[in-house]
Design a protein around this ligand. Sequence first.
Ligand SMILES: Nc1ccn([C@@H]2O[C@H](COP(=O)(O)O)[C@@H](O)[C@H]2O)c(=O)n1
Ligand SMILES: C[C@@]1(CO)OP(=O)(O)OP(=O)(O)OC[C@H]1O
Length: 162
Amino acid sequence: MITVGQGFDVHELVEGRPCIIGGVTIPFEKGLMGHSDADVLLHAVSDAILGALGLGDIGRHFPDTDPNFKDADSLKLLEQVWVMAKERGYRLGNLDATIIAQRPKMAPYIPQMVEIIAGALESQPQKVNVKATTTEQLGFTGRGEGIASQCIVCLIADVLSS
Ligand SMILES: Nc1ccn([C@@H]2O[C@H](COP(=O)(O)O)[C@@H](O)[C@H]2O)c(=O)n1
Ligand SMILES: C[C@@]1(CO)OP(=O)(O)OP(=O)(O)OC[C@H]1O
């Protein structure tokens, strides 16, 4: 059986916060604002998996009103989401994600992001694709006010036929 899900997230870029994307701390003059560490890519990945499972979104499972998730490591949240997928018998088919940011340049950090996401999903890096695009200086991402990410995921459950 195959199920697919998609995720989308946005976080504001502000001064005085670390810029953590895909589990990688990227040297940059600004960072992402959020209740958690605001890892916009891992949030989109988590939402895509939860969508594929029909389980809502990360805000439902990890509310931003809960002090337990203040400055939470989004990789740990993704690992908890992955437990939900495994409990239902799923493994990763493939995942494709896009980071939408004018700056910083993501390309040097993408291989590390892929390794981190594949590790969290107990899968091979070949099944995880992460890419980046600017918006040609248009819109809130183009003005550097925030960073967005989107992700689509395919999960597979092997069912025995009789
Ligand atoms: N924050 C970003 C945005 C883009 N890239 C890479 O640059 C290439 C060109 O981007 P365009 O928006 O002009 O298509 C793109 O292929 C990305 O690989 C990046 O590293 N970081
Ligand atoms: C992750 C959570 C929880 O700390 O907080 P934020 O970092 O604000 O992120 P958001 O993308 O709004 O998603 C859900 C939240 O509940």
